[in-house]
Ligand binder design. Structure first.
Ligand code: PMP
Length: 415
């Protein structure tokens, strides 16, 4: 990658993603480079492309909107596209789940949603400290970084975990009954420095943290603890929301109703930037203008989002197919893990991973997969997990093709 940009004699600095190809066009689960190579995309913009690249149903609506000169930028203005988004989101997503939230557009990306959630939690409660989790990732701006456990992600910028305390995530419990006793002791001890948190922020499945899936009973325990102690619960569903784990919201299985929910990535449906913060009505204490920004809401993304809700969330077929496809991926990953010591299958829905005890393996598997025309990203604190996140619209044939390449790539690296 660096060589490609260096050959353009540009001033472009190094990139972290090292796929040596220049991509030109994309459709569904496929990316095509300028030399005519087709790659199966099991990265899918880290969850930003749940409905695939240039989804034809959404594209039609977008083209129609642009052709009739629909408003593209309308800062804070009421638009027909925004109204359609709010109506369709309520009708197709919130109401059928018995959820009632006010919807804020905090800025263009996931980290903007997290920032607004943290600020709001502090404003509501008048308290400062936030509890976050080991290996959490919440974004690259300063507030989000302050609740991000992974020191590598904090990027050497000297961002301390100010007013944020990392607690052990569910994967520290090794499948044992979740026990929140120690947590309660900290909350009840005025000398712990932790006794009055404004909020807990949690991912139900840590994507960047290495595909660590929490159990519904752990999440429920956390929710009950928050309720008992008057702590707000923020679920960061930026990566795992919009159907990635099966249901629209990744917390549905646990039967909880968080106080605040952060959504971005696939909420716009087409890979266009859009972020939303869902706020329980009783917590909406923002005054107009208190959380501002030029690019809040994105009308073309409202149009594609509304169509995605209509096409994919009018019934439970996407949820069921995601769960079925995810189980198939899990089966193959178990088979691979069973054949290679130190390998472990992780995840749920179509957020899956294969972790390796030898931390160099995942990067090598990702390279071997690229050579076989499959795009796979790595995650985890030492990039020790290959992350398998195809579009949810991936076909069964494409899924099998990708899984076969994963088998061959692991074999090539470990034999
Ligand atoms: N929260 C989570 C759980 C994420 O995975 C990410 C991005 N990987 C973010 C927040 C930040 O989103 P963005 O990159 O759009 O700012």
């Amino acid at each position: 990658m660096n060589d490609i940009f260096a050959s353009l004699e540009s001033e472009v600095r190094s990139y972290c993603r090292t796929w040596p190809a220049v991509f030109d066009h994309a459709r569904g689960s496929w990316l095509h480079d300028e030399d005519g190579n087709a790659y199966l995309d099991f990265f899918a913009g880290a969850g930003a492309l749940n409905y695939g690249h240039n989804n034809p149903l959404l594209k039609r609506k977008l083209i129609d909107y642009l052709e009739r000169d629909g408003v593209v930028h309308g800062l804070d203005q009421a638009t027909t596209a925004k109204r359609e988004f709010l109506t369709t989101f309520n009708e197709k997503v919130l109401q059928p789940r018995g959820l009632n939230y006010k919807i804020q557009f905090p800025g263009p990306t996931g980290t903007n949603s997290v920032e607004s959630a943290l600020k709001l939690a502090r404003k509501i409660t008048g308290k400062e400290s936030i509890i976050s989790f080991t290996n959490a990732f919440h974004g690259m701006t300063l507030g989000s970084l302050s609740v991000t456990g992974n020191s590598m992600k904090r990027g050497g910028a000297g961002i301390p975990l100010v007013h944020a305390t990392p607690m052990p995530y569910d994967n520290y419990f090794d499948g044992q009954t979740p026990d929140f006793l120690f947590f309660e002791k900290l909350l009840e001890d005025s000398g712990s420095g932790l006794n009055e948190p404004a909020a807990v922020i949690v991912e139900t499945l840590q994507g960047e943290g290495g595909i660590n899936s929490s159990r519904p009973e752990w999440l429920r325990g956390l929710y009950e603890l928050c309720q008992k102690h008057g702590i707000l619960l923020i679920v960061d569903d930026v990566q795992m929301g919009c159907g990635r784990t099966g249901p629209f919201f990744s917390f549905e299985e646990a039967g909880i109703q968080p106080d605040i929910v952060c959504l971005s990535k696939s909420i716009g449906g087409y890979g266009l930037p859009l972020a939303t913060t869902l706020i329980k009505p009783e917590h909406d204490v923002w005054e107009p203008g208190e959380h501002n920004g030029t690019f809040r809401g994105n009308n073309p993304a409202f149009v594609t989002a509304s169509e995605a809700f209509r096409q994919y969330w009018s019934d439970d077929s996407l949820e069921r197919s995601t769960i079925a496809k995810g189980e198939r991926v899990g089966e193959v990953l178990q088979e691979i893990a069973g054949a290679h010591e130190g390998a472990i299958a992780k995840g749920r829905g179509l957020a899956r991973g294969l972790g390796f005890a030898d931390h160099d393996v995942a990067g090598k598997v990702s390279k071997a997969a690229f050579d076989r025309k499959l795009l796979l990203e790595t995650s985890g604190p030492s990039s020790e997990v290959i992350k398998i996140m195809p579009p949810l619209t991936v076909s069964d044939d494409e899924l099998e093709q990708g899984l076969q390449i994963i088998r061959e790539s692991v074999q090539a690296v470990l034999s």
